[in-house]
Write a protein that binds this ligand. Structure first.
Ligand code: SAH
Ligand code: SF4
Length: 340
């Protein structure tokens, strides 16, 4: 069902008028939701009662429902949000390690994912459909209801650049009306070169992370199936183009799959390919999703991989997924439901 945030402000005004209201009622409603924390028309007493009732039925503010919630001991809260046609996605609220510094919200862009990376829970059942702009905004509203937000990462279920129009519209609302600056919003993608270049031309600029995982072509074709046939060189060239166009460094994400892409040779080849680039490598130790062919590498091995990059002049960080205790790693709650 279509919701308030699926409409551009001018379209919302028209719809409010069609439902018997006035254009300024639409402006009030948006404002009360985005700035005032209101989540239902019922509390908006400056709108006529009849209009509120009709809006509640025909243009709801929230179109989804919270189907599940898990809180990990570190405070990470993972929401499973269901939408009318039976699809569900995950939204994760990750408090800053520094108290009072807000939180990062991890949002989804698609119900499922067509890319099919074999190590990822989100790709297991393929793509159901793209999320609408309103459904992406709704995740932010639900995240805000858990606690204040200072950053956002588009790293939940789905491949953002395959739903880029709806995503960009949603992020524009988030930036302009929820006050999360574009420098604090990171979009993570497998790096379709044309789409990366197109997004680089978009103002305002977000931060970009490209999931690389290996610089061995054959292995990447297996780890990121929808990218098979697209040369890694083209992905890296698109990353360079991003830096040139935006002045912002690309982060290359690298899921460390124990027994597959975590050897000294892999680190060496990665460092050689990225040499001279202004880029950061973010190492993500694999978070086991099922009985798979990989394991999470030991802390020593992860450190050694990072050290190998650093000693060759790269900037490397390690991201141990938060909230693993509560199965709060992205994609897992959803997969459990699908399989139940
Ligand atoms: N589709 C986009 C964004 C969503 S995935 C992308 O792939 O970049 C966000 C990040 O989580 C990606 O870097 C992805 O490789 C990583 N990821 C997926 N499954 C994982 C797992 N089981 N363990 C660790 N990281 C995983
Ligand atoms: Fe899709 Fe990203 Fe998961 Fe790959 S890692 S299947 S692109 S969500």
């Amino acid at each position: 069902m279509e919701g308030l945030f699926d409409l551009e402000p001018a379209q919302a005004e028209e719809r409010f008028v069609a439902l018997g209201g006035r254009p300024f009622h639409a402006r009030i409603a948006r404002e009360r939701v985005l700035a005032g924390g209101e989540r239902e028309y019922a509390g908006m007493t400056s709108l006529p009662a009849g209009l509120r009732d009709r809006l509640g039925v025909q243009l709801p503010i929230l179109v989804g429902a919270e189907l599940g919630r898990r809180r990990a001991p570190d405070g990470t809260v993972k929401l499973l949000v269901g939408f009318g046609d039976g699809v569900a996605v995950e939204t994760v609220h990750i408090p800053s390690r520094t108290r009072g510094r807000g939180a990062t919200l991890c949002v989804s862009t698609q119900a499922g994912c067509p890319v099919g990376c074999p190590f990822c829970a989100s790709g297991k059942e393929g793509l159901a459909r793209n999320l609408t702009t309103g459904e992406i905004v709704e995740q932010f509203l639900r995240g805000l209801d858990v606690g204040p937000l200072s950053r956002a990462v588009v790293m939940g279920v789905g491949e953002p650049l395959l739903n880029v129009e709806n995503l960009v519209r949603a992020l524009e609302i988030v930036r302009a009306e929820l006050g999360i600056g574009s420098r604090r919003i990171t979009v993570s993608t497998v790096g379709f070169p044309d789409r990366v270049r197109r997004l680089a031309a978009h103002e305002p600029r977000f931060q970009l992370a490209i999931s690389l995982h290996t610089v061995d072509q054959e292995q990447r074709d297996q780890l990121v199936p929808a990218m098979a046939g697209i040369p890694i060189d083209e992905v890296l060239a698109a990353g360079d183009a991003w830096f040139e166009a935006t002045g912002r460094e690309v982060t290359y994400e690298y899921v460390l799959l124990g027994g597959a892409n975590d050897t000294a040779g892999h680190a060496e080849r990665l460092a050689a390919r990225l040499a001279g680039k202004r880029a950061t490598v973010n190492l993500i130790p694999y978070n086991p999703i099922a009985a798979e062919e990989w394991h999470r590498p030991s802390r020593e091995r992860v450190d050694a991989f990072a050290q190998a990059l650093v000693s060759r002049g790269l900037v490397a960080t390690v991201r141990w997924s938060r909230g693993v205790e509560g199965d709060a790693a992205c994609g897992q709650l959803r997969l459990e439901r699908a399989r139940a």
